[in-house]
Design a binder for this molecule. Structure first.
Ligand code: PLP
Length: 409
């Protein structure tokens, strides 16, 4: 269906991967935490700082105009990348966490009232949980949760009872960062709309990993982080449907977001500038735009198929080890595998792996309530991106097999 790109040439775009850690070739399987950066993105940052750097929007000089053009061009690229109707629907943020806090504080602060309901799921990352807890505390709203079933999918049968007309917002992750579950986001958005609730999709694990079209999805908000999709840390964006974003009041006050200011009060710009107070992360946005170009040249369908194949292969191989519990669905999963070994604490196994150059993650993955529900202190997670290879999975298996021998000796 989609012809395969030259994955090994693509891997060569990532200089960081070519190194040894503790005397062994680096195997980087911590991509769900943050991805590595291709030369195209590193070069875009370098060029920006060597040629164009200035503050945006306020200058009437050449460099400021160039910086503004580059910043706004990146906004256009992100809009296209997400399938937004226009660049005005894209607010630059520091990442997913900031995007969700913006919605919870600014939109939620105005529209969510005591007694109303914020619906979440049991698999949310802390960044799609704690901002809503804060809003609930301030507003007197209540939190409800869609349960996670044994197989790591959402209990959609429970939705009718949970998604009642008191629900003001339904916020859920697209792809779970610890289970790998891919949620049926279009259906969830449609169900939210049917009761008059807004929907927010946490796209941290999907933006750079799967095709995303916010209009086809039908969401009101979609938040993602640049650093998980080849862009610099501290970059990211929030998509807000024009009508909803326009009704949302500002949250941070300062320069850039005003039309006029007196000592007593201020009037504000339209979206998205109303939500971008102060000097923005211009270089981050430029790097994000370069990452979008880079990912689009490969194609997210291909990236998704590649990462899913690695995850399914890793899952089948990890499962052959004794005393292993795998979390999340058996098929149709994002590019990661969460597992727990009954013979080693996740931290100890991760530390052991590091001795052999393997970067895994071990812990609660910012999913503490979910870990409690699963009855584990944490899990190990191997998470993949398009530059990872089957040979690296085999290397991981050799290390995990040796770890089993070590911890059970
Ligand atoms: N949501 C999910 C599902 C995540 O995996 C993460 C990061 O791991 C976040 C939100 C938070 O992203 P960030 O720390 O980049 O804001």
């Amino acid at each position: 269906m989609h012809p395969q790109p030259d994955w090994s040439a693509i891997r060569a775009d990532f200089p960081i991967l070519d190194q040894e850690v503790n005397g062994h070739p680096l195997v980087y399987f911590d991509n769900a935490a943050t991805s590595q950066k291709p030369r195209a993105v590193i070069e875009a940052l370098r060029t920006y700082y060597e040629r164009d750097n200035a503050n945006v929007h306020r200058g009437l000089h050449e460099l400021s105009n160039r910086a503004t053009d580059a910043f706004e061009a990146a906004r256009g690229k992100v809009a296209r990348f997400l399938g937004a109707a226009s660049a005005e629907e894209i607010v630059f943020t520091r990442g997913t966490t900031e995007g969700i806090n913006l919605v919870a504080q600014a939109w939620g602060g105005r529209f969510v009232r005591a007694g109303e309901v914020i619906l979440l799921t049991e698999m949310e990352h802390h960044s799609n949980l704690v901002p809503w807890q804060l809003l609930a505390e301030r507003s007197g709203a209540r939190l409800r949760f869609v349960p996670v079933l044994e197989d790591g999918t959402l209990d959609l049968g429970a939705l009718d009872a949970l998604l009642t007309p008191e629900v003001k917002v339904f916020a859920f992750t697209h792809i779970s960062n610890s289970l790998g579950t891919i949620n049926p986001v279009a259906e969830l958005c449609r169900r939210a709309r049917a009761v008059g609730a807004l929907s927010l999709v946490d796209g941290a694990q999907s933006a750079g990993h799967a095709p995303v079209d916010v209009r086809a999805m039908g969401c009101d908000f979609y938040a993602f982080s640049g650093h998980k999709m080849c862009a610099p840390t501290g970059s990211g964006a929030l998509y807000g449907r024009a009508e909803v974003l326009e009704a949302t009041p500002p949250w941070h006050g300062g320069g850039e977001m005003i039309v006029s200011v007196s000592y007593e009060r201020a009037t504000f710009k339209p979206a998205p500038h109303r939500f971008e107070a102060g000097t923005p992360n211009v270089a981050g946005a430029v790097g994000l735009g370069a990452a979008v170009d880079y990912l689009e040249a490969i194609g997210r369908e291909r990236i998704f198929a590649h990462d899913e194949a690695l995850a399914l292969s890793a899952l089948a191989k990890i499962e052959t080890l004794p005393g292993i519990r795998i979390f999340g669905p058996r098929e149709q999963r994002g590019g990661l595998v969460g597992f727990a070994a009954e013979w080693a604490h996740p931290h100890d196994l991760t530390t052991y792996a590091n001795e052999y150059g393997l970067a895994l993650r071990g812990g609660h993955h910012c999913n503490q309530p979910l870990m409690r529900k699963l009855g584990v202190p944490g899990t190990n997670r191997a998470s993949f991106y398009f530059y990872n290879t089957e040979a690296e999975i085999d290397r991981m298996m050799a290390i995990l097999t040796a770890a089993h021998g070590f911890f059970t000796r």
